[in-house]
Design a protein around this ligand. Structure first.
Ligand SMILES: Cc1cc2nc3c(=O)[nH]c(=O)nc-3n(C[C@H](O)[C@H](O)[C@H](O)COP(=O)(O)O)c2cc1C
Ligand SMILES: CCCCC(=O)C(=O)O
Length: 389
């Protein structure tokens, strides 16, 4: 019998009989406000922050809210199974943790804690290139649990080659190449506080431990850390890459490749033509292009263009189980969870991340059941009604 994620509610109620209540809210939309109160303004500002006036992040939420679930009755949903197959892997639920860098600004346990939480729940963890802990240490914290590596595809080919070899050796099985961040966008909240984690050396761990990166420095990192940070800022992204350059990554990575940050159906077709295995429909949580299309509005067009050729994943704005349901209905095979788990980490470390994963999947399981679905695989566009609200 498959696991019923929704049973988490009974665990909470039963714990409550002995006076134990969850340490974090079970309505995950409340986490940001709580984090704003409890965590430092610079770090929370960085996580909550957006490009420009924040209109893209608001549009992400509005595009999900505008679509309403139309539940179906009298279908047998007694036994449910949230398992899905993604990129040749069987996942216990259509969820992975999105790559988020610099997690030590949220909690000293940083990426290893988030990775352990994902591993404990069986959810894939996607480690950012810009993590505050070297990839080998994160891998060690995870045992043999499913882990994917997110690449910031920078200017130095040797560093890229070295990252791919290190990630492979450390057991990362899928390569997620982020295309929407060759440059950092205009982010007023960070600018107004003059706060950027990298300037404090946070997020550079994979680089500072990398032989190819170190070879490009005039002096060792310890002797001139500021120069090392500037070198990192100069090479983490490359705004000169074009589609044919993907061949280099294909040549140096023999597992599945997923392109993150796809919004236009023509780009999705180019991705399929380039021979990659999947895309993440994402606008980086509204952090890159202010005024950009909401990710949920872009999703159906991308799914229609390449859904039969590529694994279509989705992020940007997922906060609750019903958001995940809607993304599945719009054509995603699985969703990536971003800010909510980062706030969970900031507020309660590994336990906070596990609380967020379990709450979201419990809500998804119950939403599926109450809408007439025993599996995510039967959810389609006809389960949604687009409203003006
Ligand atoms: C603080 C922060 C750091 C991030 N760092 C990365 C990163 O290193 N690599 C990456 O591909 N995406 C990064 N992202 C984007 C996430 O992977 C994901 O696309 C985004 O959080 C989804 O939006 P949401 O959190 O609003 O749902 C970051 C997001 C946040 C909030
Ligand atoms: C070096 C890139 C910045 C990390 C990132 O992706 C973000 O803050 O959104």
């Amino acid at each position: 019998m498959a696991k019923h994620w929704g049973d988490f509610q009974y665990e909470i109620y039963l714990n409550g009989m002995t006076g134990a209540v969850p340490r974090l809210p079970t309505d995950l939309t409340r986490l940001e406000e709580l984090a704003e109160h409890r965590l430092g303004p610079g770090p929370v500002g960085y996580v909550a922050g957006c490009a420009g006036d924040g209109s893209t992040a608001r549009a992400n939420r509005a595009a999900l809210a505008r679509r309403r679930i139309v539940p179906r009755m009298l279908r047998d949903v007694h036994e449910r199974d949230l398992t899905v197959e993604v990129l040749g892997r069987v996942l216990p639920a259509p969820l992975a943790l999105a790559p988020v860098g610099v997690l030590s600004i949220m909690h000293p346990d940083a990426e290893p804690a988030a990775a352990r939480a994902a591993a404990a729940q069986g959810v894939p963890y996607i480690l950012s290139s810009a993590s505050s802990t070297p990839m080998e240490q994160v891998a060690e914290a995870m045992g043999d649990a499913e882990r994917w590596f997110q690449l910031y595809w920078g200017k130095d080919r040797e560093v890229t080659r070295s990252f791919l070899a290190r990630a492979r050796a450390a057991g990362f099985s899928v390569l997620v190449v982020t295309l929407d961040t060759p440059l950092l966008s205009w982010r007023p909240r960070d600018l107004d506080q003059a706060y950027l984690p990298f300037l404090h050396g946070v997020g550079t761990a994979n680089y500072f431990t990398d032989p190819a990166f170190r070879a490009g420095l005039a002096k060792p990192v310890q002797e001139d850390p500021n120069a090392a940070v500037l070198h990192f800022l100069g090479l983490f992204g490359d705004a000169g890459h074009t589609w044919p350059d993907l061949a280099f990554l294909r040549e140096h990575w023999d597992g599945p490749i997923v392109l993150k940050g796809i919004l236009h159906p023509d780009d999705a077709r180019l991705a399929a033509d380039a021979g990659v295995d999947g895309v993440v429909v994402s606008n980086h949580g509204g952090r890159q292009v202010a005024g950009s299309v909401a990710a949920a509005d872009a999703l159906p067009r991308v799914a229609e263009a390449v859904g039969d050729r590529l694994a279509v994943l989705f992020d940007s704005g997922v906060r609750t189980g019903d958001d995940a349901f809607k993304a599945l209905a719009l054509g995603a095979r699985a969703v990536l969870l971003g800010r909510p788990y980062v706030y969970g980490l900031g507020l309660d470390g590994q336990a906070g991340v596990e609380h967020v994963i379990r709450s979201l999947l419990a809500e998804l399981d119950l939403t599926l059941a109450l809408s007439g679905h025993a599996t995510p695989l039967t959810v389609t566009a006809s389960d949604l009604l687009e409203t003006g609200a």
